[in-house]
Design a protein around this ligand. Structure first.
Ligand SMILES: [Zn+2]
Length: 113
């Protein structure tokens, strides 16, 4: 299986990695939709929220913790930021490896869609 995010996590493909630990990796989106646009992924392959199980609960929580930390490092935790998790074709999920989009640095429109 050829998953670009697994390759970036493993260091086999280049990515602008801003954070990595034994469970989670974060890197810049190559097509940024905002001044700050980071992707936060579990190192272990999970295709989407649909494939996540109860055993993944702590890992999923960890993604949010890393997102908050990165928002702080990027200086957008007070101005605000948006976290997006797309799931499946209708959502526009491009890469079938669960990921959190962290978007900030500009005013976000609402409602989304
Ligand atoms: Zn992957």
């Amino acid at each position: 299986m050829d998953c670009i995010f697994c390759e970036i996590v493993a260091g086999r493909k280049p990515g602008k990695i801003v954070y990595q630990d034994e469970q989670v990796t974060a890197f810049w989106d190559i097509h940024p939709a905002a001044p700050v646009h980071l992707l936060i992924v579990p190192n272990r392959y999970i295709a989407s929220v649909n494939e996540a199980t109860a055993e993944d609960a702590a890992l999923l929580g960890r993604l949010f913790g890393v997102a908050r930390q990165l928002a702080q490092e990027q200086g957008i935790h007070q101005s605000g930021y948006r976290l997006i998790v797309n799931t499946g074709p209708d959502s526009g999920q491009m890469i079938p490896h669960l990921h959190l989009h962290l978007l900030g640095g500009r005013h976000m429109r609402y409602p989304v869609g």
